[in-house]
Design a binder for this molecule. Structure first.
Ligand SMILES: Nc1ncnc2c1ncn2[C@@H]1O[C@H](COP(=O)(O)OP(=O)(O)OP(=O)(O)O)[C@@H](O)[C@H]1O
Ligand SMILES: [Mg+2]
Length: 265
């Protein structure tokens, strides 16, 4: 489960700066449309870790929200496991670009949201604890988000997403705001977790190295209006190391160039 087909998806927004009351629209607001996504066709397979790269503002989060059913597209369709997406679904869990833990709830309560439908309280408690331990937050169950570091908040969010045992997981820049070492550790953890759970994960990132080290497949999008510039299956063995794999390093340089940077950092 977790097969995703994106067929001809296009999306635009009204440009707020040009919005004005228009006599043509009976006094309603009218404005220019900014084309964000332009005829996107993609297919992701069961259990794949897909990483989507692209310049800031090109529409990566918009595409992810459309795939997850949080937003409608203007044209085209998204089909997951044979069902057309027409809204959010408990089987498809989203982790947002900016942290979204409920500040008035503890770690345990936040993580517990994903299993609140379970009638069996004991099973509920076991599941919550299992995932808190998976992200190494045991001992912090009763802390509130403001009492956690940025990395711990991110890990709590991942636990909240994973406890649902979703068929697909959508991660929008899950490592944003983390310090370098925590970022590296989280990258390893999410990669290991993906190998363990074997579910489809679609992750948006601006970090080329994250995409190349973690992805089974990468997608590079162009600037706005955004189209797909590159789709590449990554067959490099893991753990991946740019210094030891000249072909991986060449691909890294190619993507840097594709994104308008003339040298790899
Ligand atoms: N709800 C909205 N209303 C109007 N414009 C929007 C809305 N959401 C996104 N946009 C615009 O669509 C474009 C793409 O936004 P999006 O957040 O998808 O980009 P992104 O690739 O995720 O950027 P970043 O890498 O900075 O997170 C931007 O120009 C943004 O201003
Ligand atoms: Mg974004």
């Amino acid at each position: 489960m977790g097969h995703i087909r994106i067929a001809g998806v296009s999306k635009g927004y009204i440009n707020r700066r040009t919005v004005q009351r228009s006599p043509d629209t009976a006094g309603c607001f009218a404005g220019d449309r900014i084309a964000v996504l332009d005829d996107i066709h993609l297919e992701f397979h069961d259990g794949e870790m897909v990483c989507i790269l692209g310049p800031s503002g090109c529409g990566k989060s918009t595409l992810l929200r459309i795939i997850a059913g949080f937003e409608a597209c203007d044209r085209g369709s998204v089909v997951i496991d044979g069902r057309t997406v027409d809204g959010p679904d408990r089987e498809h869990i989203f982790v947002f670009q900016h942290t979204a833990l409920f500040p008035w709830m503890t770690v345990r309560e936040n993580v517990g949201l994903g299993v609140r439908h379970l009638a069996d309280r004991k099973e509920q408690g076991i599941r919550i604890q299992e995932y808190i331990e998976m992200v190494e937050l045991d001992g912090f169950e009763d802390r509130y988000p403001h009492q956690l570091s940025g990395g711990m908040q991110r890990r709590a969010e991942l636990a909240r997403a994973l406890v649902v045992n979703p068929e697909t997981l959508f991660l929008d820049e899950p490592f944003t705001g983390l310090d370098f070492l925590t970022h590296m550790k989280m990258r390893e953890e999410v990669t290991a977790m993906h190998e363990f759970i074997g579910k489809t994960i679609v992750m948006v990132t601006h970090d080329i190295d994250d995409a190349l080290i973690m992805g089974d497949r990468i997608v590079v999008m162009s600037g706005r209006p955004s189209h797909v510039k590159l789709v590449r299956k990554l067959d490099f063995p893991r753990p991946r190391d740019f210094r030891k794999s000249p072909s991986l390093n060449d691909l890294r340089n190619e993507i840097f160039l594709m994104l308008g940077v003339n040298y790899a950092v």
